[in-house]
Design a protein around this ligand. Sequence first.
Ligand SMILES: Nc1ncnc2c1ncn2[C@@H]1O[C@H](COP(=O)(O)OP(=O)(O)OC[C@H]2O[C@@H]([n+]3cccc(C(=O)O)c3)[C@H](O)[C@@H]2O)[C@@H](O)[C@H]1O
Ligand SMILES: Nc1ncnc2c1ncn2[C@@H]1O[C@H](COP(=O)(O)OP(=O)(O)OP(=O)(O)O)[C@@H](O)[C@H]1O
Ligand SMILES: NC(=O)CC[C@H](N)C(=O)O
Length: 683
Amino acid sequence: MAHLITLATCSLNQWALDWEGNLERIRTSILKAKEAGATLRTGPELEISGYGCLDHFLESDVYDHAMDMLFKILTDTSLHGILIDVGLPIMHRGCRFNSRAIILDGKLICLRPKLYLANDGNFRENRFFTPWHRPRHVEMHNLPPQLQEHQGVRQVPIGDVILSLNDTTLAAETCEELFTPQAPHINMGLNGVEIFTNSSGSHHSLRKLNERIALIQEATRKNGGIYLYANQSGCDGDRLLYDGCSMIMVNGEIVAQGSQFSLEDVEVVTATVDLEEVRAHRCAPSRAFQAMQAPAYDRIEVDFRLTHETTSIMEIPTPTRPPRYHLPEEEIVLRRSKMAGYLVPLSGGIDSCATATIVYSMCRLVVQAVKDGNKEVIADVKRIAAFSDKLPDTPEEFCNQIFHTIYMGMANQSSKETRQRAQDLAKRIGSYHTDLNIDDTYHATKNLLTQGTGFEPKFKVHGGSNTENLALQNIQSRSRMVIAYYYAQMLPMVRQRPGGGSLLVLGSSNVDECLRGYLTKYDCSSADINPIGSISKSDLKRFIAWASKNLDMPILEDFIHAILDMGMTYDELSRFGTLRKQHNLGPYGMFLRLLNEWGGHGKLSPREIADKVKRFHHYHFINRHKQTVATPAYHAESYSPDDHRFDLRPFLYPPAFASWSFKKIDERVEALEKAMKRGQTIR
Ligand SMILES: Nc1ncnc2c1ncn2[C@@H]1O[C@H](COP(=O)(O)OP(=O)(O)OC[C@H]2O[C@@H]([n+]3cccc(C(=O)O)c3)[C@H](O)[C@@H]2O)[C@@H](O)[C@H]1O
Ligand SMILES: Nc1ncnc2c1ncn2[C@@H]1O[C@H](COP(=O)(O)OP(=O)(O)OP(=O)(O)O)[C@@H](O)[C@H]1O
Ligand SMILES: NC(=O)CC[C@H](N)C(=O)O
């Protein structure tokens, strides 16, 4: 006999410290879940405060306000009749915990603190929270007076606990716990838990969704079970983009999957599942033997059933579906910053072109959301696209209102092609484009040196040195930055935008060039935000090729083929970046690894590999200081060299050429060359 349950998970666009806004989104999600007939609703990690409060989690205000919001949920009778799993920070016996609150009919049933905190990459949960490093331990939590009065008791259980309902058993797992080798769901499943909730604060990075899906499939494929994954969505104030994609899986198969880059503030994902499928999946005796040995959990008895009271013949479980993976898209930073639009200095090269294309593809998403009647997006569009009361019909129309591109050439130096490419791209996407020459600024600045010192610098082609050449180039590139900010402040006024305002300046240096330091400090790489600062050149090229085809922009083909001489290729740079950050290899370790990858018959010699590794480190070390002032970039790439939050390294390095690592590389090269001369095979 079928035991059907309708369950709900959700993605909420929470914002750190937006207490009332967050509460409203939580309420809406619960009401939507109820409307869909769900008896259980789970939501993202720390949804009451927002996941990304960072050091605000050290403030007691946060714990106090979180309790206020919890109280509002408990006392809102419209939220009764459904089991609610909601995330919030709590203070217990003087320690701070990242916790879940399980609620039914206005009563807090228990608190479930996170056991294993996320502390790698962008995550620093150990800095704010204490891990509940005691699997299966449960004790009592003293409620604040207001909640004591409401609950009619002084305490509720807190700990790693299972809820035993009238018809099934349920337990909560929190984000990182799913990623650990001995994940709680293993013993919970062996203890008979049939439904697992997982509330996450998991930000997007390229290809991470595949890992999440694989982990959830693994969690329920061997042990059986229904897994509800909830994730925050959008930007919550930091440089991370939470990519939602909440989902429901049964025995390793997806039955519902939310969108990954939705503009919806509240997206509720529901599915109707059959408990019988889990029970049937668990029939193997080998699993039962392990279940007998599994450490036992404390259970809290809850007098509530999740299954439908009556099952009509028409009701069937939601069918399984294949996972859906998306190409990366962009979040509307404008929604958070309340600025009047964007400006990007458009050079005719691929990087600023990619930045512009990302903005354009965002305009497409926005116009689609407007057509779909998304209320929040319509309100944002009305506020930002202030030139007209009419809602934009096309992405180009919207783009023209919010996006400004500017080509800043030199009369006799800039190539006709780059100028034309910038113009053509602007025309295609509809941006408000300005084309000007910066010769006056350039000559005026250059002459300041001659005026002050009598020295007249020359370009190399006119007999100048490398230093003079670079200094003159840098006048041009740094002037562009100053002019870009000038335009960003003035264009809304020049265009007579109702309400005025100024524009966010977008940067466009890519992750590989940052890693190598192939950029001028304080030129147009300095901006307010850099949408591509953590995207590799090869992904950017792929994105441009994709956009050329899928966004009907054949003009982009012209941008793809530019080549730069940085002393290494982008593919090599990408490999160095990956080995340095993701494989944690220093120069010597990287050399040894690449000997295997790039060496061998007909491939690179040990000396060639050594030269490449050393050249990379030389440039990376001398240019690392540029990362300390890098424009905040939305985090996308796992080998991003972001110095602010993600890749914490010194910025003053001892000379690489004299380093012990380089000496060891040289010794190894010499030993290998000697061995080769003797005709021995090398490894
Ligand atoms: N340790 C340290 N800590 C803090 N600051 C430090 C520093 N060392 C130097 N600095 C500062 O940094 C300055 C050097 O940096 P910077 O002025 O950027 O100059 P630099 O790195 O010498 O030159 C820029 C490089 O980027 C290349 N580039 C630039 C622009 C576009 C492209 C392209 O085609 O895509 C390529 C260009 O060919 C050149 O190789 C020094 O003058 C000094 O002011
Ligand atoms: N003539 C120009 N007009 C406007 N902006 C420019 C111009 N030249 C350079 N820029 C800006 O300065 C940034 C860095 O210039 P650089 O020459 O390093 O280009 P890049 O790193 O190859 O990027 P791109 O591929 O966009 O040219 C560019 O991304 C662009 O935003
Ligand atoms: N908030 C978390 O626990 C996130 C950790 C996890 N590794 C992720 O990236 O999704």
